[in-house]
Design a protein around this ligand. Structure first.
Ligand code: ADP
Ligand code: MG
Length: 238
């Protein structure tokens, strides 16, 4: 589970074409990173996969089912934002439970999922605190935890580390890689940071002005960049 296919996806805001005709296939369990300069359409593309924006034309399918018109909540995905988007008046535990409580899930199962995510992310000690009492790194773990408890078929992460300082960014990046190995869920990760892309990705999608410049493994892009833009962005000498 977690196979995602985009076919001729386009997006315009008013008269401005932001995404031009994107075709892309992401397989189960893959860690795919969207990179490209600010404003190239990374977030827009991710939001369309999430169901937070609708393509102007084209089709998005998840596990073989067309979801272009399916609301975000029914796509089986979970999104993690750079801004954390936690509820400040709720405890960490309540933040993690939020969203599961509107389903028919038994309380015991909700508690079990929260305990499991808290263990995985080492946030057990903070479950009864509020987000305002946590550091940036701890808040980011809670935001990731809120995605984990939903057991999504894919995680969509939009620059999740960009609010952290350099040291914490490094350690959280390593934890994310470990988490991916452990959950074996599909991850689509947006960043403008070349190091994050090179170290995390199974495959990198390089975007520029709403178009795909190249798709490949970090090594393929490094050794055989399609053009100067990709080479420059990846930091390849070729
Ligand atoms: P990135 O995440 O790569 O920085 P975005 O996907 O956020 O880029 O934005 C791509 C382009 O689309 C930008 O020019 C941005 O200004 C524009 N854009 C994004 N969202 C909207 C919107 N809701 N309305 C109008 N323009 C938008
Ligand atoms: Mg963005």
């Amino acid at each position: 589970m977690g196979h995602i296919r985009l076919t001729s996806v386009k997006k315009s805001f008013g008269a401005v074409d932001v995404i031009h005709d994107i075709d892309l296939e992401i397989v189960d369990g893959e860690f795919v990173v969207f990179v490209g300069p600010s404003g190239c359409g990374k977030s827009t593309l991710l939001r369309m996969i999430a169901g937070l924006d609708r393509p102007s034309s084209g089709e998005i399918a998840i596990d073989g089912k067309v979801v272009t018109k399916v609301p975000a909540a029914d796509r089986g995905l979970a999104m993690v934002f750079q801004s954390y988007a936690l509820y400040p008046h709720m405890s960490v535990r309540q933040n993690l439970a939020f969203g599961l409580e509107n389903t028919r899930m038994p309380k015991a199962e909700i508690a079990e999922r929260i305990a499991e995510a808290a263990r995985m992310l080492e946030i057990e000690a903070y479950l009864d605190r509020r987000p305002g009492q946590l550091s940036g790194g701890q808040r980011q773990r809670v935001a990731i935890g809120r995605a984990i408890v939903r057991r999504p078929v894919a995680f969509l992460l939009d620059e999740p580390l960009s609010n952290l300082d350099a040291e914490l960014r490094g350690s959280t990046r390593a934890e994310l890689a470990a988490l991916h190995a452990r959950l074996s869920a599909t991850m689509i990760y947006v960043t403008h940071d070349q190091v994050e892309a090179m170290t995390l990705a199974d495959r990198i999608v390089v975007l520029r002005a709403g178009r795909i410049e190249q798709v490949g493994t970090p090594l393929e892009l490094y050794n055989h960049p399609a053009n100067r833009f990709v080479a420059g962005f990846i930091g390849s000498p070729h």
